[in-house]
Design a binder for this molecule. Structure first.
Ligand SMILES: [Zn+2]
Length: 252
């Protein structure tokens, strides 16, 4: 039985579900998500709930696939469909961070090397200022030892990840991926796309320089200033939405 239905929902709820569906598709087209990874949004009608697709490849997500969950990451209504194993990432971050309205968990490929080596990720250009002067790293081995499959399988692990994220926009997950949080769906999507871009550019800069020394990263003050001017990355979001609808229209 499908739990999500547009009937009886507020306009804000319907819009947020629609944006969440678009976010799934855009993040695949931008190379942040593939068959795995997920994006969620806080429910506009119930701040102690969040919206997340059932267990499905993000490119296939439609409005009927969106499930409403409580902060324990349990579905609010009856739900017989399979859910994402790592949904606890979202529930525990929404619980600890009232400022967060959207969360992306990805296996963003170019980001992963920064979670396993000695070079910290730092912002290389103005659209990446949200990265800030330091990106925390979640080391799952510290919680469960060396025999885990690296997945956030329960609430306790979700809580440890949320603690590692602290008040930042990004937390790397060693050997796995990253979480990105934001105050809106468009901002979470843009930050995820630009996190992948930053990783690529930083590796290029280090390669060009023959090492990490001498790279001129954004300062803490510059990073903060860019966050204040970027807002929701409205223009990028509009362009990606248009590209997505054009591509999907052509696919039909
Ligand atoms: Zn994962």
């Amino acid at each position: 039985m499908k739990q999500a239905t547009m009937q009886g929902r507020s306009g804000a709820w319907t819009r947020r579900v629609s944006d969440l569906v678009k976010a799934n598709h855009i993040l695949v087209r931008q190379g942040v998500l593939d068959g795995y990874g997920h994006v969620s949004a806080r429910s506009p009608d119930h701040p102690d709930r969040f919206l997340l697709a059932r267990s499905l490849a993000p490119a296939s997500v439609q409005a009927d696939d969106i499930v409403e969950l409580d902060l324990d990451s349990r579905p609010v209504g009856r739900e017989d469909r399979q859910l994402y194993l790592e949904r606890y990432i979202h529930g525990e971050i929404y619980r600890r961070r009232p400022d967060v309205l959207a969360v992306v968990h990805s296996h963003s490929p170019t980001v992963i090397p920064f979670g396993i080596g000695p070079v910290p990720m730092r912002p290389v250009c103005h659209v990446c200022g949200f990265i800030g002067p330091g990106v925390p790293l979640f080391e799952i081995r510290d919680t469960v030892g060396d025999r885990s499959d690296l997945l956030i399988r329960d609430q306790a692990l979700g809580r440890q990840l949320a603690i590692a994220l602290d008040d930042k926009a990004v937390c790397l997950q060693r050997g796995h991926g990253a979480v990105v949080v934001a105050g809106s769906i468009p901002q979470a999507v843009a930050r995820s796309v630009y996190l992948e871009l930053n990783a690529r550019l930083q590796i290029q800069a280090i390669t060009l320089a023959g090492g990490d020394r001498g790279i001129n990263y954004l300062s803490a003050g510059e990073s903060q200033a860019t966050i204040e001017t970027q807002g929701d990355f409205d223009r990028a979001w509009a362009a990606w939405c248009e590209e997505e609808s054009r591509a999907r229209g052509e696919d039909r």
